[in-house]
Design a protein around this ligand. Sequence first.
Ligand code: CA
Length: 233
Amino acid sequence: MSQILVVEDELAIAELVSINLRHAGHEVTLAASAEQAQAAVDAVLPDLVVLDWMLPGESGLSLARRWRADERTRGLPVIMLTARGSEVDKISGLDAGADDYLTKPFSTQELMARIRAVLRRKAPEALDDAVEIAGLRMDPATRRVLFAGKDIRLGATEFRLLHFLMTHPERVHSRRQLLDRVWGDHVFIEERTVDVHVKRLRDALAPAGCAWMIETVRGVGYRLVRQPDTMPA
Ligand code: CA
């Protein structure tokens, strides 16, 4: 399930979009201004933002630019909505860092399809697609994890953690990034919590023989690798 922030000051559109998103199984937060949107993002990093261009006060375009300039929100998937349809405006939207762009009036089916496409590209951990890496297979829809045919039992947090690592393999994630993306809380949870759950995850993977896939990168964080580290320590 994914968390989607809808930033739209026109109530009718905000409601239409959120009803459709909830119906498709997403969790929705609404914001009616750039200020409210920033407050929502400061609290919990969403998986994707549907962002209206024309807002009272700061515009959606300026907000998107600000997010792109900030390390924490740089990768945040953004789909811009606007009544403007000219080619120039479309280019400014994409220049500001929007991943996609939809002109009002739009069909909700088209919005849903674009959201799925952007999530697949930028936040695959928010989708229920099965993932397989180096013989380790995870199916979020059935909540099964298998390595070389052996069942692996995971707690809910370890499951989400493994899913995130598997959908972003080889990349090193800091503890703070993992708290943001897996726990949805980068402020109140201690970084040590990540270490506790990584240990539990490795303990659960060990009997199947694939604990090596979760690597510690000293001083930086953790990553999931496709091949065991054969370099001498
Ligand atoms: Ca508007």
